[in-house]
Design a protein around this ligand. Structure first.
Ligand code: NIG
Ligand code: FE
Length: 420
């Protein structure tokens, strides 16, 4: 009997493991899987026997590259309605902050999300998540934060979990109750935070609805002190934390997140060098979101050189949401992070694989091609891995393997409500 289930041969691998060579690459190599995990990786010439003697299924991948399945580590993919009207307002000169202060923004999506049933949220989420899967994503994080009351927050998180159970993708969920102040708490921000701490986090933890807790620390969001209260409650319930920090102004959020051992701090255009140092010391990943930077026409770049200088790992994510990043495409983010943020294509790919896995705390099982990890693989029709950042609005994915099983796009993504 063959040792392995499947082996891909005559291929190039960008393992993204830290091996000292670029992309952790193995050229003219092979990768074998058994029982949903990677069983062997190496050069063709070091295969112990003929491939047919080693695996029941042999796939010749001549001319292709195999990378880890991509990981989108920051999305707000479950929401009701859209914000196309605000898009048009911004084109007329209104700013994101003005729209938010005038009762639009996150709160308008809150209303549409509260009005939607869990089934409606799932149905709306299927084509969005399918779009990410079609581009090679095998893990996607989904946040709540458009319910802003216990039952509606739980509904969003349950919808996110249901999406993960329905589609061939691993979904990690994050509770973001401290995203915006719901109108019924106007003038009582402290009371709302108390509700997040006393009622929502315990309910989320009790239901096992979230894998992490996030907050929006910003002048149009919550203060550092309020964020700290949320973090303490999260930790008391055994949930790791992450933070929307320094997106529009420097609130010291990244340093606060680092103090709580946060898995990531996200956005970070306005972070100070002290904030970067604190992240480096804590091993907190910097998640950069070029879709929001582009959509809001930001001009202050995140300080990539400081992250490099202090050794902070950088991840890249879509931040897919109806307001500041209406773009469910991680490949587009790879291109934007190079063109706009001047990251290298290798940094960008590490940002959507190895470092994204760290930002979600799933790096023991995912994010690189290494023996023992889950077999989440993306097979690409490209000649060099830098092409994943080079092409834009073009998808060179050839095949996707989720937990050792080849994804059948026709069958598995052609569900009711899925765009053909
Ligand atoms: O990551 N910054 C806060 N949250 C989202 C935007 C959500 C929205 O506008 O609906 C973000 O950009
Ligand atoms: Fe976000």
């Amino acid at each position: 009997m063959a040792d392995w289930d499947t082996i891909w041969i005559n291929t190039s691998l960008a393992t993204m493991a830290v091996t000292g060579n670029s992309y952790g690459q193995v050229k003219n190599g092979a990768i074998a899987i058994k029982n949903s995990r990677i069983a062997w990786i190496g050069l063709m010439e070091t295969l112990p026997k003929k491939p047919e003697a080693l695996a029941s299924n042999v796939i010749d991948a001549t001319g292709k590259w195999i990378t880890p399945g991509l990981i989108d580590c920051h999305t707000h993919l479950v929401f009701g309605g859209s914000r196309v009207g605000e898009f048009e307002q911004r084109l007329q000169g209104a700013s994101y902050e003005e729209i938010s202060r005038n009762g639009g923004g996150i709160v308008s999506t809150m209303a549409a999300t509260r009005n939607a049933s869990e089934d409606e949220l799932i149905k709306a989420g299927i084509p969005r998540l399918s779009n990410l899967i079609r581009e090679g994503c095998t893990t996607v994080e989904i946040k709540s934060g458009y319910g802003l009351e216990t039952s509606a927050e739980l509904k969003q998180l349950f919808a996110a979990r249901a999406l993960g159970a329905t589609l061939p993708v691993n979904v990690q969920t994050t509770f973001l109750g401290a995203h915006a102040l719901p109108p019924e708490f106007k003038g009582r921000q402290g009371d709302y935070i108390e509700k997040v701490i006393e009622e929502m986090i315990p309910a989320v933890a009790e239901n096992g609805a979230a894998d992490a807790v996030d907050a929006f620390c910003e002048n149009i969001g919550f203060t550092a002190a309020e964020t700290e209260g949320v973090f303490k409650a999260a930790q008391a319930h055994g949930l790791p934390v992450k933070l929307h920090a320094e997106q529009l102004s420097d609130q010291g959020g990244a340093a606060l997140a680092a103090r709580f051992g946060a898995m990531s701090a996200d956005h970070l255009e306005f972070i100070s060098e002290d904030g970067v140092r604190a992240m480096a010391a804590a091993g907190t990943v910097a998640v950069l979101l070029p879709g929001a930077f582009y959509t809001l026409r930001e001009t202050q770049l995140p300080p990539i050189d400081l992250f490099r200088k202090h050794g902070v790992d950088i991840a890249i994510a879509s931040d897919f949401n109806p307001g500041s990043s209406p773009m469910p495409s991680l490949l587009l983010m790879l291109n934007m992070s190079c063109t706009m943020f001047r990251m290298t294509p290798e940094e960008a790919l590490a940002g959507a694989t190895r470092n994204a896995a760290r930002a979600l705390g799933v790096d023991a099982d995912r994010g690189t091609l290494e023996v023992g990890k889950l077999a989440d693989l993306a097979v690409w029709n490209i000649e060099q891995p830098a092409e994943l950042s080079y092409w834009a609005a073009y998808n060179p994915l050839d095949m996707l393997i989720q937990g050792g099983t080849v994804v059948d796009f026709e069958k598995e993504l052609t569900l009711p409500g899925v765009m053909a």
